[in-house]
Design a protein around this ligand. Sequence first.
Ligand code: CA
Length: 418
Amino acid sequence: MPLIRSWVASANDPETAFPLNNLPYGVFSVGDDAPRCGVAIGDMILDMAAVEEAGLVDLGEPALFVMPFWNEVMELGPEAWADLRARLTALLAEGAAGEAELQPMLVPMAEADLHLPFVVAEYTDFYAGRHHATNVGTMFRGAENALPPNWLHIPIGYNGRASSVVVSGTDIRRPWGQLKGPNDDLPRFAPSARFDLELEMGAIVGRASDGPITVTEADDAIFGYVLLNDWSARDIQAWEYQPLGPFQAKATATTISPWIVTKAALEPFRVKAPAREFALLDHLKDAGPMLYDIALEVTLAPEGQAPSTIARTNYREMYYSAAQQLAHHSTAGCPMSVGDLLGSGTISGPEKDQRGSLLELSWGGKEPLTLETGETRSFLADGDTLALSGHAQGDGYRIGFGPCSGTLLPALDDPYAR
Ligand code: CA
């Protein structure tokens, strides 16, 4: 599919993240205005509350877009999602009759504050990138035991905390935690010295279920995707993770990008999962191509300095799709809700510069990374700004995700000071 031209000139730039082919959904405010729903188009945001009030979009329910979240639109289901997308495409296409009426409803993105685009119902994070799992397993347990025996049969996950999810641009405070290094006799309470990122994609559940669903049903239930950084304290993780998995190591924050890129926008970029070493059981079998060709990049900027690219990889490197993760999540009867967020797991490619965490890039701190500024990093330093970016490359256009960034603030002197 080629670029769909828009009367919003900046949306026709081949480099823009937000051509008319994309139409991602966010929540924005300007000044002291109340946050409300918007759609990104080029370097502008279409104020959906204004569009709704003018009667230009009608999904059969009142006041959907004055809300500071997209959950109510998701609740309407896939038919309404398709109707909305078709309507917006018609309104914003080059030559559309309503241009003069819509023009005042566009807000420059540069003037807007972006908020979390949906209410995160619950958050689950998976561990479904094979290169990442192999790298981390090798470091933690040795090459012989790198992949746990279940790994090639189920997408492993843990239940995270929706309350810890924040939007891009939110500062992250270095956490304190209980640490015990391999040479320490006893644990101690101290700021994490091995604070890290995890490059992931987040899938947003748009359709509730109550009981097991198939991979195809799961794919149909996904509303869209965001970039996701699962900030991770490796020293807290190493001490706490057995036997129940990560807990405080992942509790500080998880940053997501502010725009929900819909599954519809990503349709042209579907790709198959990699070859299976063991056939998956029937309820998890691939039901067509359910990964996407999305180029991903991580940059690290030390305080006051230019960013260096530290990793480049692709979402197609995943072993399990979000649809398989969602299907697996439902197998034992877990009800899934509109607004559930599923982290893909860290996305690493086979090459050294394709690794989606500093833990892997610096090989547990043994091989510090040299930035373009000449500084080295094994883990994040105070003041570092970490940014994820991603896009699918179409024919003359890009489906971009917008920024997913955060700056690491120093730990408090004493987190229990009152
Ligand atoms: Ca993770």
